[in-house]
Write a protein that binds this ligand. Structure first.
Ligand SMILES: Cc1ncc(COP(=O)(O)O)c(C=O)c1O
Length: 416
């Protein structure tokens, strides 16, 4: 990520199809003030706090597990049909902190490992590295997770004397692959997790951004009857990344260091109290206010955003189809057609690395992300990730023209 930032700073005129940031045109400073006021009124009018108590809740150090947990529980009920006890929710500094807390709690000894569907989100592998938890890749494939490989990896790890603590995955429009898991496969995954006594870490920042109007598949957490799923949430894409608010639903009952069984959420809060103490209540209030203003539905709150991402995703895929028509005598450039989310993966007939990205930025003025960044080994990868979230259709057109020129150049260079 540092390398990507560096490249975009060096070539500020380049069109960025690399950044997975949300669309900035809808950012609204006045709304932030209003959300804060809305949440303040909620504390007084709905929860019965005296004005000075409400002021203290917003401005003082606060509850480690957060102050918008009840609204998150309501949001999960309204949008996802998930029933959770608000006490099992820990509000965190972005989803990134939620991942860190969960991995820190799971990592008990040197034989522990984490399984993760590959390619995987770099924030996850970074957090795992910080807590000394090796990540074992599990094949994703077109179904989103290869269950035979998952079972094989669990058994292989156990046979080697290791303890697979959980499997991390993004069932909806994964970053970077864009792949989603269908409902029947989600159920099979939960069955396998039960059979293998495996915890699943479900990360779902993109689930609301589906392009068709049919129903969304249920989250793993909504299907989870055996408390197998730890659910990781982020408000970065659905409200504001600058608020830095995420959360984790951890309704598992686990033994603590003293042998006493208690909620996993409480263990996470204990770790959090030593990392960030509590998530900024002011930032939580902004999220809380936005939730309250939309009846706790992020689906309702994100109509404009969903339309913009849908338009962009369709535009990008159509643009690829136009620029790389099927030509039997030309080496294949292929791409994924995701049903939602921010990302499309383009496969090319040559390895894609940081040197190529640098050349792309310098000579062609377009940025993207090498897919190699999302694998934890050094094997060459002939693919790149394009993101549609932070650009306009016009920028997509310019970016794709430049990408097509880069690919033509690269093929010519290699042919000659
Ligand atoms: C899969 C995934 N999880 C989590 C996050 C980040 O969440 P947050 O910004 O809330 O830390 C991202 C952001 O890009 C992501 O792609």
């Amino acid at each position: 990520m540092n390398f990507l930032n560096e490249v975009s700073e060096r070539y500020p005129a380049a069109v960025s199809l690399a950044a997975g940031r949300p669309y900035e045109e809808f950012f609204d400073l006045a709304a932030v003030h209003r959300h804060l006021d809305t949440f303040h009124r909620h504390l007084v009018d709905d929860l019965g706090h005296r004005p000075e108590q409400a002021r203290r809740l917003l401005l003082q150090y606060g509850r480690t597990k957060g102050i918008v947990h009840h609204l998150i529980a309501r949001n999960l009920a309204v949008d996802e049909g998930i029933t959770v006890d608000p006490e099992d929710v820990v509000v965190t500094v972005g989803c990134q902190e939620a991942m860190f807390l969960v991995l820190r709690a799971l990592r008990a000894g040197p034989t522990d490992v984490l399984l993760a569907v590959a390619p995987t989100y770099v924030g996850l592998t970074g957090a795992a590295r910080l807590v000394d938890l090796p990540v074992w890749p599990v094949a994703g494939g077109s179904a989103g997770v290869d269950l035979a490989d998952l079972a094989a990896q669990v058994r292989r790890a156990r046979a080697a004397g290791l303890r697979p603590r959980a499997c991390y995955l993004m069932p909806d429009f994964a970053n970077p692959s864009g792949v989603s898991i269908d409902t029947a496969h989600r159920q099979r995954l939960l069955d396998l997790a039960a059979q293998e006594d495996l915890l699943l870490l479900e990360d779902n920042p993109y689930g609301l951004f589906h392009i068709d109007d049919g129903p969304r598949p249920p989250t793993l957490k909504a299907l989870d009857t055996g408390r197998r799923v730890v659910y990781l949430g982020s408000f970065a894409k659905t409200v504001l990344p600058g608020a830095r608010v995420g959360y984790v639903v951890a309704d598992q009952r686990v033994a603590g260091a003293d042998g006493r069984v208690g909620p996993l959420a409480d263990q996470l809060a204990m770790i959090k109290s030593m990392v960030t103490v509590n998530t900024s209540p002011i930032a939580q209030a902004v999220i809380g206010g936005r939730l309250l203003e939309h009846g706790c539905s992020l689906v309702a709150a994100n109509n404009r955003e969903r339309s913009a991402y849908t338009r962009n995703l369709r535009h990008l895929v159509a643009g690829l189809t136009r620029r790389f028509p099927d030509q039997p005598d030309q080496p294949a450039v292929r791409w994924t057609v995701p049903a939602g989310g921010f990302f499309v993966v383009v496969t090319v007939p040559f390895p894609v690395d940081d040197a190529l990205l640098d050349r792309s930025a310098r000579d062609h003025g377009v940025l993207w992300t090498p897919m190699a960044h999302f694998y934890d080994d050094t094997a060459p990868v002939c693919a790149l990730r394009l993101s549609v979230s932070a650009v306009t259709p016009e920028q997509i057109d310019v970016g794709l023209d430049r990408l097509a020129a880069l690919i033509t150049d690269e093929l010519t260079r290699r042919a000659g």
